[in-house]
Structure formats: C-alpha cells, structure tokens
Design a protein around this ligand. Structure first.
Ligand SMILES: Cc1ncc(COP(=O)(O)O)c(C=O)c1O
Length: 385
C-alpha cells in the first residue's frame, strides 16, 4: 500500500476507470468501430466556428464574469422562453458552467451534506453518485427495468423519508433512451409538494427527442420549477462536447447557493467561446431542428440492423440505441461487450455499470456517427448469429 493511502482512506474507493474509457481503449486496440463513447462524429455549425474566430480576436482574453458572459446568459434565457415559455433572470438565475458535469457536481456540492439522501433513478449516467459520495451524501437507488424503464411513482415514493434532500432526473435518459412524460412530471409534483426536496435535472439531451414528443422540462411545472436546478450542455446540441460549456438554471435563492460553490471551484468559463455561443444563438435556433437530424440517424441505423438477431424498441431520445442480445448468447453484458469488440470489431457499452442489477442482456450503441460508419457497423451486427 502506498504510504499516503495507508494514512488517508480513499473518499471514493469504488471508483475505477469509467466503462467509456475502457471500451474506447479496447476499440482502439482492436481497431474496432467505436459506437461506445457518446461523442458526435460531425462538424460543429459553420456559423459557430465563424463566431468563435471573431470572438478570439475581439479581446475576450480575460476572465468572464463569474456567472458567465451576460450576453450568453441572455441568450440562454431566450432559448428557455422559446422552448418552454418560462422566464429565468439572466442576472440571478442562470450560470454558465464548464459543461453539464460541472453544473451537476456544483449543484450537488452546494446542497448535499453528510448523511443526506439523494434518489438516483437507475439506469443512470455515472457522474451523479461520486459527487454525492464525495460530499458525504448517500445515493439511494431506484432501479427501473426493461423493456420500458417506466417509473412506478407509488413505488418510487417509498424511497422518500425525512433524510431525502434531492431527486435526480435525467430525461431523455442516458443510457436507456427513454423519456419522462407529462404524466410523470405531474406525479412527481404531487410527491414533492409540501416537502423541501430539491430536484436536480440533467437535461443535456433536451433537444434530442423523437417521434413528435416534447421535452417535459421541470421548469414547466410550478411545484417542480421552484425546487429545480436544471443543468444542460451545448456539447450535445452543437456537436461540441470538447468545448465543455453548459449551464445551470435555478430560482434565485437556489442559484445564490450554487454560485457560492461555482465561484471557488471554477470561477468562470472560457470567455471567447461564451461570446461566440451568445452571438451564434442570437442568429440561429438550429437546436429546434436537431431532433430531425438525429431521428434520421436513428431510423437509418435501425433499418440497417432490421435483419439482425438483436431486438430493439426505437429509442425515444438521446443518440443512443439499446440492443437486446438475448437471442444470441447467455453471456453477461460485460463479457459480451468485450467479445464483440475483440471478435467482431465493434464497440458498445454494457448496461450493468449504469445499473444496480447485472442480468440485463442489453448493450448501448451510439448512433451519432456518419452514415457510412453506421452502415459498416450494421453489416457486422447483421452477420452475428
Ligand atoms: C446524461 C449526461 N449528463 C451529462 C453529461 C456530460 O455533459 P458535459 O459534457 O456537458 O459535461 C453527459 C455526457 O455524455 C451525459 O450523457
């Protein structure tokens, strides 16, 4: 044992390399098609690049305001108004963050104290639980099951007790691709009414939702809006995951606490990119069209694997498709994902790292890729017996 670790117990003893890193490394080593990690394989909008070039040469080289460039906060407020007909004050209720990950981490750190309970709905993205634990909180898992991953709100409400401080929602959901409907939000409103439970919404896929469905933002439900910290990201919307720019929306009192942490763990975010995004958003509402782009991708991929032995329900949102391999093998998802990459040269993400159960025979495939990549992947998948 390392001298220092002998004396300092790890705060996160269970945290290992993420499954995304593991599968991407395996994909590289095996020269496989990588449909594991969820980054888009497309150029960012040309206009955004032009605005970035301008912003880089127009003296935005010093710190941005702690809460973010005001022009960007104003454009975010306009976007929320346009999408959800809700008002957030740019001065006091919107903060620009280094991606949604930082927004989520900061929101958890600002409110979660030792022994506070936070309900995490499984399957879930992997960044919530370490943030809860590092702050001494307790993640209380509520496991959903295939094929529809619907929430039984009566069962859910049994998880709530006097220690429940926060509930985390992620719709559209990574990894299941399911969405929360209006009836879900209304059921949750009833459950949290007359409590002080906070809601942390991870809305990074809010513009990637299919088949005519609308994202049901918590801000449209009064009982939810008043307790919600809503985190989103430009990474998914503009194919710029590497820029790490996102934001958090919350009522003034909650945002005040959020900023107390934000100003000491980040202070402020890359200034020229914020100016570029503000100018871009002023000129373009491309995000309203994004779902068409990805629905075409989803349908292209699903049509191409129609003859395969994988079963699926078309994903409702995100750029992930779950494929069920139960007709192919009895193997555990971790084993099958490894074999798929080594023998068939295609990388996907097993489901169990997102779950409290390990018996689901499904893998997550990212279809935010060019059509020829999807075609090659489908060809391989169709040949698997
Ligand atoms: C559900 C979910 N939340 C948050 C993030 C992270 O967003 P960002 O890259 O803006 O930090 C991701 C990225 O994959 C995600 O899938």
């Amino acid at each position: 044992m390392h001298f220092f670790l002998d004396h300092h117990e790890s705060k996160l003893p269970d945290v290992k390399t993420t499954i995304f890193t593991t599968m991407s490394r395996l994909a590289m080593e095996n020269n496989a098609i990588n449909l594991s990690q969820g980054f888009p394989d497309f150029d960012c909008p040309k206009l955004l690049l032009e605005e970035t070039q301008k912003a880089l040469t127009s003296q935005h080289d010093q710190y941005a305001p702690m809460a973010g460039a005001l022009s960007l906060r104003e454009e975010i407020a306009n976007k929320i108004e346009k999408c959800y007909q809700q008002t957030y004050c740019p001065e006091s209720e919107i903060t620009v963050t280094a991606g949604a990950t930082q927004a989520l981490y900061t929101a958890i750190s600002a409110f979660i104290k030792p022994k506070d309970e936070v309900i995490v709905i499984k399957p879930s993205y992997d960044c919530y639980e370490p943030a809860i634990k590092v702050n001494g909180g307790i993640a209380v898992n509520f496991q959903l099951t295939a094929p529809d991953y619907k929430i039984n709100w009566q069962e859910f409400s049994k998880k709530i007790n006097a220690n429940t401080k926060m509930i985390i929602l992620n719709s559209p959901n990574n990894p299941s691709g399911t969405i929360l409907e209006k009836s879900d939000m209304l059921a949750l409103e009833k459950i949290v009414k007359n409590t002080s439970i906070l809601l942390l919404c991870d809305d990074v896929y809010e513009h990637i939702i299919y088949d005519g469905n609308q994202h049901q933002s918590a801000c449209m439900f009064p009982e939810l809006k008043k307790r919600a910290l809503i985190c989103s990201s430009f990474g998914k919307t503009y194919h710029i995951t590497g820029w790490k720019i996102g934001y958090c929306l919350a009522p003034k009192e909650l945002m005040n606490e959020f900023r107390k942490v934000h100003q000491y763990n980040v202070f402020s975010v890359h200034h020229p990119s914020q100016i570029a995004l503000a100018n871009f958003l002023r000129k373009s509402d491309d995000y309203l069209e994004l779902h068409h782009f990805y629905q075409n991708k989803r349908d292209f991929f699903l049509k191409a694997i129609q003859g395969s032995k994988f079963d699926f329900t078309p994903t409702q949102g995100t750029y992930f498709q779950i494929l069920d391999y139960a007709k192919i093998t009895e193997e555990k998802d971790m084993d099958y994902a490894q074999r798929l990459v080594k023998e068939h040269k295609i990388a996907a993400i097993p489901f169990s790292p997102f779950n409290t159960i390990s018996n689901s025979k499904v893998l997550r495939f990212c279809f935010a890729k060019k059509n020829d990549t999807l075609e090659k992947a489908a060809e391989i998948l169709c040949k698997i017996n």
